[in-house]
Design a protein around this ligand. Sequence first.
Ligand code: 5GP
Length: 176
Amino acid sequence: MHHNIKKILYTAEDISARVRELGAMITRDYQGKTPVLVGILNGAVTFMNDLMRAIDLPLCHDLMALSSYGDQTVSSGTATILKDATLDIEGREVLIVEDIVDTGITLQRVLTHLGSRRPATLRVCALLDKPARRRMAIKPDYHGFTIPDVFVVGYGLDYAEAYRELPYIGILKVNG
Ligand code: 5GP
């Protein structure tokens, strides 16, 4: 275990088993459709890569980027779009893929933005749900794990751009 990690919450095996379950649910729910997965950079890239191979359907994927926390561990309260999705999603089944929903500010911004393009359906799959600090009345349609109010890294999640490569999800030591 990395010396700046206080505790491992989910091992690589836990994550891959849960991603397979999510993939099976999505495969069942989108039968006969070709969903468009929209991943939110940078944190969701690892999850989206694994998730799309766990879905047994033809699909497309696109990416969006929003302003992040920078080097902070708390949200700034606003989310600005830095990179937009470019695929035409009108009339399509769109599934937003997020690493973690915390306050919900990022997700609300993405939902409003993509919703205005008139997709047939617009749902959310988040690996982690952290409901304790939610400020928007939203919850992901699919989520991997519900976590308490702790700051986690690994499996794509960073702190100041570090730790994304860890294969597990762990709680960062304070001042780590
Ligand atoms: P929200 O807008 O819901 O407050 O925050 C969503 C974004 O904040 C996530 O996409 C993620 O980048 C970041 N975030 C929220 N909680 C955590 C956490 O515990 N660890 C890390 N590494 N990022 C987090």
